[in-house]
Ligand binder design. Sequence first.
Ligand code: ATP
Ligand code: MG
Length: 361
Amino acid sequence: MAQIELVGVEKSYGRPKRGHEARKAVSDLSYVIEDGHFVSLLGPSGCGKTTTLNMIAGLEDISGGEILIDGRRVDDLDPDKRDLAFVFQDYALYPHMSVYENIAFGLRMRKVAKDEIDRRVRDAARRLDIAHVLDVKPKSLSGGQRQRVALARAIARRPAVFLFDEPLSNLDALLRDQTRSELKVLHRELGATSVYVTHDQEEAMTLSDRIAVMSRGRLEQYGSPYEVYHEPATEFVASFVGKPRMNLFTAKRGERGRHVLPGTAFGVESGALPEEIRVGLRPEECDLRRPLAGEQPHGTVVAVEPLGNVSDVHLTMGDVEFLVRVPGFGSYGVGDAVVVDLTRARLHCFDPETGRRLAVS
Ligand SMILES: Nc1ncnc2c1ncn2[C@@H]1O[C@H](COP(=O)(O)OP(=O)(O)OP(=O)(O)O)[C@@H](O)[C@H]1O
Ligand SMILES: [Mg+2]
């Protein structure tokens, strides 16, 4: 059982210089990780994911705010008193110990009884499909197997909380997808609160109950995968979550409550919003058609990228590039004039100054 609560947590590295505040690596982080939830910290390199995880772990001091586990402040508690297990990107295995000893090591340190250790090591090895390599040293294992040993070591501890820092990023694409599915199954079986750092939005979407999207040390949104995908709180979240990336452009108020893309026939119904807004449309929610007789096209096809099940059709509309994902190989070629059909599309509007989501009436 473990619920983790962050209240106004911040971290600055180094001392403040005279007349300047110390640079903040993260600031103003407040959210609750519910017991048993799998929560991803998602964002680009340098946004403060590892810093946040390390503060939860107790590997870094916090510079402000509070961290509570099950309602109890832990900011002064040593890492080994917090009942959590860490899985790193680089595995951090002991090279001179066998796989068995690597998994057992933490349990021996905690003076767990010998037959209980044996039971837990074998159970963890079975779950991760490494029972046949228990006697070998890490150096004779593949990268994927080493990562499984690191996972098995964490599982054998039976901690209240699992902390993961980009655990799959050293694996090749196929193994990464496979291990990701296994992690999901493992989480369902073990049910322990998990905090998972990644810059891969697909990993965050597929694994998580909640996603904390971060940018430049700040929380952009804390929500379910459904919420961050369908109701992004900021333009940053809109552009970071979803593949292919959301189309985002600046639109100006035209006639009859429509905002139009300057210099084009392309516009959206957007009600009583500011004069100028940022508009977002997902490529997979737009459709293409050929213009009717006398109808002005919205844009011209400049490239088609077939992916097999879908194709990405790149358009130019005035000075703006726009992407539409169509089923199969599609029927459009470079130079075709097209109309973008928004019947299925959700409209996302953002304040051009603050980047915050605007309610569309
Ligand atoms: N020990 C340190 N001393 C000074 N600055 C640091 C230290 N560790 C991290 N930082 C800074 O804090 C910020 C956040 O770093 P952090 O490692 O948390 O990012 P991250 O989101 O994990 O990035 P990545 O995806 O590259 O691992 C960065 O600007 C980084 O340069
Ligand atoms: Mg990191």
